[in-house]
Design a protein around this ligand. Structure first.
Ligand SMILES: *Cc1c(COP(=O)(O)O)cnc(C)c1O
Length: 375
C-alpha cells in the first residue's frame, strides 16, 4: 500500500526555472536580485514596510527578541502548546519563558490566560497562529498595548490566513514565517521577519550579519552578533512559491474541505475551526478525539501507521516535555493550563501534504472511521 505522507510541498516548473536562473545568474552584481524580489513581494503580500529573508523562523524569532534588546530578567509569554521553535529563542537571549494556556476553540494562546500571566517583568509575547488558526488578536493587541508588551506574531504555520481582513504575519510588532519543507510555502529551509518598525528592522539587519551595517565595505564589526542569511537559490524558490501563494493556500483549504465533508458528522471528532471574521489556511488538518474513546494520540498514530498513513501528535504542552519540565515556570504552567493538556492528549494532525487528492483523503477518513468503530 502506498504510504500517505503527513506533509510536503507542491513544486512546479516555475520553481525549477527560478532556481535554475538563480544558480546560473545570481552571482557578482546580481547576487542579491532574488532576495530583493522575494522580500519586496512578501512585504507587499503582507502590506508591511519591511521584510528580511532568513535561514529559518527560529532565527527570525531570535533576531526579533535580540533587536528589541530582550534578555536576562525579562519574561516572555508564549502559548504552552506550540512547536519548540516558537520558544527556544527566548532561552537563547537568556530571558524567561512563561507558558500561557490555549483557547479550546482556536487552539491558539488564550487572551485571558495571557492577561493572567502578565507581570511587571513581561517584555514580549509570542502568539502563534497554530495550524493556520487565529487567536483573539483584538484582545491580545489591546492587552499588549496597555502594558507596553512587544508582540512577535509566529505565523510560521499561517501564510494565507487572515484576521478581520488582515494577513497573518502583519498583526504583531514583528511577524515571523517558516519556509521549512513541511510548510505551505517552502524554500526547503528558510524564514522571514516582517515589520513596520524601521529602527527594529535596521537593528535586525545589523545583528543578522555579524554586527555589520548593510553595505559595510570595511569589515569593521562594532559588535559580535549572528550570521542569519538565506541563499539566492532559496530566495528564488520562495519567490516562485509566493507567486503561487493563492494556489497553495487554496489547495490547503480544499484538502480541509474534503476531510470536513467526511468527518463533520462523526461523533466525538473535532476539526480545526474558522471563527467569523477569520480565514484559516489549514496548514495541518487536525482532529481532537473525545476522551470517551479512550484513545490517546500515540495509540491513534500507531493505528494509522499500521495502515501506511503518517500522522503527527498535536504539539505536547511545552511545560510537559523534558526540555522545559524542570523549570519553575513549567511547574506553574502544569497546574495553570488544563486546556493545553486536554486538547493535546487526544489530538493528531492528519495527512495534509499538498500532493494529496480526494481519493487519498477518503482512504484516511475510512481508516479513521474504522478505528473509531473498533475503539
Ligand atoms: C515550523 C515552525 C517554526 C520554526 O520554523 P523553522 O523554519 O524550522 O525554524 C516556528 N514556529 C512554528 C509554530 C512552526 O510550526
Amino acid at each position: 500500500m502506498e504510504r500517505i505522507p503527513v506533509s510536503g510541498p507542491w513544486i512546479t516548473q516555475k520553481e525549477i526555472d527560478y532556481v535554475t536562473d538563480a544558480v546560473t545568474n545570481a552571482w557578482y552584481s546580481n547576487a542579491n536580485c532574488y532576495h530583493e524580489r522575494f522580500e519586496k513581494a512578501f512585504a507587499q503580500h503582507l502590506g508591511v514596510r519591511f521584510a528580511a529573508a532568513l535561514p529559518s523562523c527560529t532565527s527570525a524569532i531570535h533576531l526579533s527578541l535580540a533587536a528589541r534588546g530582550i534578555g536576562p530578567g525579562d519574561e516572555v509569554i508564549v502559548p504552552d502548546a506550540t512547536w519548540i521553535a516558537s520558544v527556544a529563542p527566548v532561552n537563547y537571549v537568556g530571558a524567561t519563558t512563561v507558558f500561557a494556556d490555549i483557547d479550546p476553540k482556536t487552539w491558539c494562546m488564550s487572551a485571558e490566560s495571557f492577561e493572567a500571566c502578565i507581570t511587571p517583568k513581561t517584555k514580549a509575547v509570542i502568539p502563534v497562529d497554530l495550524y493556520g488558526s487565529m487567536p483573539d488578536w483584538d484582545t491580545i493587541r489591546a492587552l499588549a498595548d496597555r502594558h507596553g508588551i512587544f508582540v512577535i506574531e509566529d505565523a510560521a504555520e499561517a501564510v494565507g490566513s487572515e484576521y478581520k481582513g488582515r494577513p497573518a504575519g502583519s498583526l504583531g510588532d514583528a511577524g515571523v514565517f517558516s519556509f521549512h519543507g513541511s510548510k505551505t510555502l517552502t524554500t526547503g529551509e528558510g524564514g522571514l521577519l516582517a515589520t513596520n518598525d524601521e529602527p527594529l528592522f535596521r537593528r535586525a539587519l545589523f545583528l543578522r550579519d555579524h554586527g555589520r551595517p548593510p553595505g559595510d565595505r570595511m569589515f569593521f564589526n562594532t559588535e559580535t552578533a549572528y550570521k542569519y542569511k538565506m541563499s539566492s537559490m532559496q530566495a528564488a524558490l520562495g519567490f516562485a512559491q509566493l507567486e503561487r501563494v493563492s494556489e497553495l493556500v487554496g489547495r490547503k483549504r480544499q484538502i480541509f474541505d474534503w476531510y470536513r465533508r467526511e468527518l463533520e458528522n462523526v461523533k466525538g471528532v473535532t476539526l480545526n475551526t474558522e471563527p467569523p471574521g477569520t480565514k484559516n489556511s489549514y496548514w495541518m488538518v487536525t482532529a481532537i478525539l473525545d476522551p470517551s474513546y479512550g484513545l490517546q494520540k500515540a495509540a491513534l498514530m500507531d493505528l494509522f501507521a499500521s495502515e501506511s498513513i503518517d500522522t503527527r501528535p498535536f504539539f505536547h504542552p511545552l511545560s510537559s516535555i523534558p526540555a522545559y519540565h524542570d523549570s519553575e515556570q513549567a511547574r506553574i504552567a502544569r497546574s495553570r493550563n488544563p486546556v493545553a493538556y486536554r486538547i493535546s492528549a487526544t489530538g493528531i494532525n492528519l495527512p495534509s501534504a499538498l500532493n494529496l487528492d480526494e481519493a487519498k483523503v477518503k482512504r484516511v477518513c475510512d481508516v479513521f472511521k474504522s478505528i473509531l468503530k473498533h475503539a
